[in-house]
Design a protein around this ligand. Structure first.
Ligand code: CP
Length: 333
C-alpha cells in the first residue's frame, strides 16, 4: 500500500508519470469513471477553497463519492498523542478514527497545518503520520508541512508552458504578508522544482528565512542528481535576472517559530519583496505563479497577477487534474 504524504518519497520518474496521467485527465475532463464505486474521506483540520472544491469535484467526476469531515466542527475532536489520559477536548483517538474510516473509505485525505508554536514538533507532521500509521487504506496529503498536490499542479502548468525544465531558471521568492505563514508551499515548490531539473534560486530577506534543513538538503541532493543548480540569495536584482519562472510565497522564518513578535520587524522591513512589474521586467519573460489564496498588492501587484504571464488560475485548475491522477494511482495499488 502506497501513501502520498510527501514527494520526497516519490522519484522523478514517478512524478513524470503522474504529470502524464494528469494531462490525460485534463484532456478527458468529465469522460472517465476510474473511481466508480470508490469512497474518499476528506478530513479538514483547516479552511480551504481550492482543495476542498477540487477534491470533491474530482471524486464526483470520476464516479466516486467523497465525504468531508471536519474534526472539532462537524466531527469529534481527535487525540493524536499515544499513551495520554484523554481528559482534554478530544473525544476519540486517531487509532480508532483512522481504522474506522478505513472500514468505510478506500482513501483518506488529510489537511492539517502546523500549530505554529514549536517547529521541532510541527516538523514531525504528526497528524498525517498518525493517520498513515493506523489507516489500512492509502493516506493522501492535502497540505500539512508540505503541499504535494500543489507541487504537481505547479509542475503541470509549467510543463504546459515550458515543455522541458532543463536550463530553465525558477525563482522561488519570499513575499511579505501581514501574518507569518506556513512553509508548506515553499517547501514543496523547492523540492519539486529541484527534483524536476530547474535551476532554482531561493530569494528571501535574510538567512533566517531558509527553509527547514530537510528540504534545503533535499534540494541540494536533487540538483546534484539532475545536474542543475540551487542557490539561496537575498539580492532581488540578481535573483530575478534571466528567470523563466517566478514563484511567490510568504512564510514565517523558522528561528522565530512561536515567538513571532521577534520576526515582525524583519518581515515589515521587506515589503519591497512584492512581485511587481519592475521586477518581472528583469526576467527572461518569466511566467508568474502562486498557489492562492493571494493578497493582491501585498504579495504581487494587480498588474502581475492579472498579466498574460500569470499562471495562478491555470495552476488552481490543475489541482483538479493532478489530484485525480494521484487518487487513481493510489487506488490502483
Ligand atoms: N492552494 C490551496 O491549497 O488553496 P486552499 O487553501 O483554498 O485549499
Amino acid at each position: 500500500m502506497r501513501h502520498f504524504l510527501s514527494t520526497l518519497d516519490w522519484s522523478r520518474a514517478e512524478l513524470d508519470q503522474l504529470l502524464e496521467a494528469s494531462r490525460a485527465h485534463k484532456q478527458a475532463r468529465k469522460g472517465r469513471r476510474d473511481l466508480a464505486g470508490k469512497t474518499v474521506a476528506l478530513v479538514f483540520f483547516n479552511p480551504s477553497l481550492r482543495t476542498r472544491s477540487s477534491f470533491e469535484i474530482g471524486v464526483f467526476e470520476l464516479g466516486g463519492h467523497a465525504v468531508v469531515l471536519e474534526p472539532g466542527k462537524g466531527a469529534w475532536p481527535i487525540e493524536f498523542e499515544d499513551g495520554v489520559e484523554m481528559l482534554g477536548e478530544a473525544e476519540e483517538h486517531v487509532a480508532e478514527v483512522a481504522r474506522v474510516l478505513s472500514r468505510y473509505f478506500d482513501l483518506i485525505c488529510v489537511r492539517a497545518f502546523p500549530k505554529f508554536v514549536d517547529w521541532a514538533r510541527d516538523r514531525t507532521d504528526s497528524v498525517i503520520q498518525a493517520f498513515a500509521k493506523y489507516a489500512t487504506v492509502p493516506v493522501l496529503n492535502m497540505e500539512t508541512i508540505t503541499h504535494p498536490c500543489q507541487e504537481l499542479a505547479m509542475l503541470l502548468a509549467l510543463r504546459e508552458k515550458l515543455g522541458s525544465f532543463e536550463k530553465k531558471k525558477l525563482v522561488l521568492t519570499w513575499t511579505y504578508h501581514p501574518k507569518p505563514l506556513n512553509t508548506a508551499v515553499a517547501n514543496s515548490a523547492l523540492i519539486a522544482a529541484t527534483k524536476m531539473g530547474f535551476d532554482v534560486t531561493l530569494l528571501c530577506p535574510t538567512p533566517e528565512y531558509a527553509l527547514d534543513e530537510r528540504y534545503m538538503n533535499a534540494a541540494r541532493e536533487n540538483v546534484s542528481a539532475a545536474g542543475s543548480t540551487f542557490t539561496m540569495s537575498h539580492d532581488i536584482e540578481s535573483a530575478y535576472a534571466g528567470a523563466h519562472v517566478v514563484y511567490a510565497k510568504s512564510w514565517g522564518a523558522l528561528p522565530y517559530f512561536g515567538k513571532w513578535e521577534g520576526e515582525k520587524p524583519i518581515r515589515d522591513a521587506h515589503k519591497h519583496f512584492i512581485v511587481d512589474e519592475a521586477k518581472m521586467a528583469m526576467t527572461d519573460g518569466a511566467y508568474f505563479s502562486h498557489c492562492l489564496p493571494l493578497r493582491r498588492n501585498v504579495k504581487a501587484t494587480d498588474g502581475v497577477v492579472s498579466s498574460e504571464r500569470s499562471l495562478v488560475i491555470e495552476e488552481a485548475e490543475n489541482r483538479l487534474h493532478v489530484q485525480k491522477a494521484v487518487m487513481c494511482r493510489l487506488l490502483a495499488g
